[in-house]
Design a protein around this ligand. Structure first.
Ligand code: AMP
Ligand code: TRP
Length: 327
């Protein structure tokens, strides 16, 4: 029997190359080897205010992005989080064993709560990683492919799995993080010390998966580079290293090999070619995205939720018994 894999993205903001290279590309590689589940986590998205109509549209769009990236519903289970009520139920139960101090320590919570001022933020932002743990533990997940920024949340899911098992008896598998080697942390194009992020102030931070060719060329041209002229793959040239990683991941090569191809050439040649590598990836991706109809995707999501529910409801029977709820 194949082992379970689970991952998810929130339907908020625009997906960018960091999301693709850190998560989606890895998902597609792993979906053959695992019993994979890919979820659009709308319950997570509402931890910050969302417009209902926009949320519905975004949820569908993210599912389409998974499909356009190569997620194959014939091989995996593709579904929307709120369609499987067990996620919320398990999240509540896990909330009772999670500690406030653990949640206050989460880097993402600290960042977000600082940005939005403490009085104004919802309690959901604090308990967000508990819901994420529920997503993972509900399916006896052993592998969670995510970017590096989610590692702390996976660590909490592991802690909660062990704590529940110790208190109530062996119930949950203890999941592990799976990181893409070069894609785990794609940095911002305008600042190699920051991660590529959809909430960045400048659009020159990222390349959105919906950017057109001209925009890509413009953004790559403006991307910061390190001092010097040589194309080398080295920690001492973090901006170039990031660009080489992007190039390599999109062309299925090793970054050192890409650097080798540009020996004796300058940044301009390299950047021109990098822009074309990105455009050549995005153009067919966007074609596939456009070709997907709302109706067919809604049908896939309904079928996916059905499959997920079967497993989730069985697991929750076990959890309820362990906790001591009347049958
Ligand atoms: P988010 O953008 O936070 O919804 O993240 C969705 C997925 O993309 C998660 O698995 C993240 O870890 C991953 N991710 C987000 N930003 C990056 C980045 N700059 N580099 C690599 N992976 C990323
Ligand atoms: N918190 C994750 C993010 O922002 C999304 C997410 C929710 C997730 N539940 C998950 C990722 C379960 C992996 C597994 O990127």
């Amino acid at each position: 029997m194949k082992k379970r894999l689970f991952s998810a993205v929130q339907p908020s903001g625009n997906l960018h190359l960091g999301n693709y290279l850190g998560a989606l590309q890895n998902w597609v590689k792993l979906q053959d080897d695992y019993e994979a589940m890919f979820c659009v986590v709308d319950l997570h998205a509402i931890t910050v205010p969302q417009d209902p109509a926009a949320l519905r549209q975004k949820t569908l769009e993210i599912a389409k992005m998974y499909l356009a990236a190569g997620v194959d519903p014939a091989k995996c289970t593709l579904f929307v989080q709120s369609h499987v009520k067990e996620h919320t139920e398990l999240a509540w139960i896990l909330n009772t064993i999670a500690k406030v101090s653990e949640l206050e320590r989460m880097t993402q919570f600290k960042d977000k709560s600082q940005k939005d001022s403490k009085e104004g933020i919802g309690a959901g932002l604090l308990t967000y990683p508990v819901l994420m743990a529920a997503d993972i533990l509900l399916y006896d997940t052993v592998v969670v492919p995510v970017g590096k920024d989610q590692m702390q949340h996976i660590e909490l899911a592991r802690t909660l799995a062990r704590r529940f098992n110790d208190t109530f008896g062996e119930t949950f598998a203890v999941p592990e993080c799976n990181l893409s080697k070069e894609g785990a942390l794609i940095m911002a194009l305008d600042d190699p010390a920051k991660k590529m992020s959809k909430s960045a102030a400048s659009e020159y931070n990222y390349i959105a998966l919906t950017d057109d060719a001209e925009t890509v060329r413009k953004k790559i041209k403006k991307a910061v580079t390190d001092s010097g002229t040589e194309i080398v793959y080295s920690d001492s040239k973090p901006a170039l290293k990031n660009l080489l990683n992007i190039y390599a991941l999109l062309s299925d090569k090793k970054p050192e090999a890409v650097a080798g191809e540009y020996a004796g050439k300058g940044y301009a040649d390299f950047k021109n070619d990098l822009a074309e590598v990105i455009v050549n990836f995005l153009a067919p991706f966007q074609e596939r995205l456009k070709a997907l109809s709302d109706e067919e995707v809604l049908k896939m999501l309904a079928a996916g939720a059905e499959k997920a529910r079967t497993f989730a409801s069985e697991k929750m029977v076990q959890v309820r018994t362990r906790v001591g709820f009347l049958a």
